[in-house]
Design a protein around this ligand. Structure first.
Ligand SMILES: NC(=O)c1ccc[n+]([C@@H]2O[C@H](COP(=O)([O-])OP(=O)(O)OC[C@H]3O[C@@H](n4cnc5c(N)ncnc54)[C@H](O)[C@@H]3O)[C@@H](O)[C@H]2O)c1
Length: 367
């Protein structure tokens, strides 16, 4: 069987996780490293033995030997690059979010169906053992009827993080910040576990403004699951700690509390005997290997990339399909629209007021 020939477009912070996932497969090879900053492509290629580099994604897409492409660039370019790749007949693994505009996401999903190519949006935490276990417990009724939940991510991103990036902290390049970027996984995983979510209300703000950031640093929302459960969701990038994400789901028969991290930690699983026994198995599982790159991205890109390669071969629908990415994109859009409607945002500080730069105005610019 011919090995899967893959290319990586965008050789920045997350690219090593894609290299790692592809390298772990027995029947795949990375054929191209592509970055419009050629030095970055060359450096990734040198480090991981990738034979070809280019600064132009068109060269990659014109190569008939390429079967599939990772798209790991700023959010604003996901839709155009994924469209070009699907039109060139490639299977596409695009980093989250699928696109910035749900209309583009809908078109991408339709294009993947029409071309018969696999389209997957990176949601690596859907493959974390603790997450798949909780999903199984919910499906088996071990939590009873879901009634409530709390989802929270706090992390710290300083002024340099935004100032040194050409796209972070901008509405045009990132499409938001705390929610669409750092908060994405906690929202996506919770939506997947709950079988859907709608927005009951949301507010967003820039609570600790820093230079070069025009987007929200904090967002809080109330979400409703299909069975009626009410959840609070909040995310901030203005915390003093680097990363901590926490999801608590409460059912009539049992409750769970866990982190999306590395390794995903189960803190609590209270309920009947079956839930306790299942939780014990998760706690006792073997230690996972250390992740490559940035620790809190975890190790599950490997699992998603293995699933992506298998889906290319056998056509099964992935847990992190393009359609699932589209649903999460629609939820993000609903949250940002809800936050825009909030007219009781805290009064901006004097500097903010002078700049006229409160979040509500910024969101309005986003359209
Ligand atoms: N799944 C995760 O846990 C995770 C973690 C980090 C980042 N991400 C996502 O990955 C994506 C990239 O993030 P990052 O942190 O690696 O960004 P980054 O800024 O570190 O890297 C992006 C790279 O893309 C290159 N690039 C931009 N436009 C290009 C083009 N048209 N053709 C070729 N190269 C181009 C840039 O030169 C840059 O090197 C984003 O969507 C981000 O949200 C996901």
């Amino acid at each position: 069987m011919k090995p899967l020939a893959h290319a990586i477009v965008g050789c920045g912070r997350v690219a090593p996780n894609h290299v790692d996932g592809l390298s772990a497969l027995p029947d795949a090879e990375i054929r191209w490293a592509c970055d419009r900053n050629l030095t970055r492509a060359q450096s990734l290629a040198r480090e991981h033995g990738v034979p070809r580099t280019t600064s132009d994604p068109r060269i990659v897409l014109e190569d008939p030997a390429v079967d599939s492409v990772s798209i790991a660039v700023d959010h604003a370019q996901h839709a155009a690059l994924a469209t070009a790749a699907l039109e060139a007949g490639k299977h596409v693994l695009v980093e989250k979010p699928l696109a910035l505009d749900p209309r583009d996401g809908t078109a991408l999903h339709a294009l993947a169906k029409r071309t018969g190519r696999v389209l997957s949006v990176v949601s690596q935490h859907r493959y974390d053992p603790v997450v798949t276990a909780v999903r199984d417990w919910i499906a088996a009724g071990l939590l009873g009827h879901l009634v409530s939940g709390t989802v929270s991510l706090q992390c710290g991103r300083d002024a340099d993080y935004y100032a040194q990036s050409y796209w972070r902290g901008t509405w045009a390049g990132e499409g938001g910040s705390a929610l669409v970027n750092q908060g994405y996984h906690a929202l996506d995983v919770t939506r997947w576990l709950c079988g859907g979510l709608t927005v009951a209300g949301a507010a967003a703000g820039r609570t600790a403004p820093r230079g070069g950031m025009e987007t929200e640093d904090t967002l809080a929302a109330v979400l409703r699951a299909p069975g009626g459960a009410l959840l609070t969701y909040h995310v901030t990038v203005a915390s003093g700690i680097t990363w901590r994400t926490r999801i608590e789901l409460i059912g009539t028969e049992g409750s769970v509390l866990f982190d999306l991290d590395h390794p995903g930690t189960l803190h609590l699983a209270e309920g009947g005997d079956a839930l306790r026994a299942a939780a014990r198995a998760v706690i006792d599982r073997e230690a996972e290997p250390a992740p490559v790159g940035i620790g809190y991205y975890g190790i599950s890109h490997r699992r998603q990339i293995a699933d992506f390669a298998a889906a290319i071969r056998d056509g099964h629908v992935m847990a992190a399909s393009g359609e699932e990415g589209l649903y999460t994109l629609r939820l993000l859009d609903e949250l940002y629209r809800s936050a825009r409607r909030v007219d009781t945002a805290p009064a901006p500080g004097p500097a903010e007021a002078a700049a006229g730069a409160d979040l509500v105005a910024s969101v309005a610019v986003r359209g």
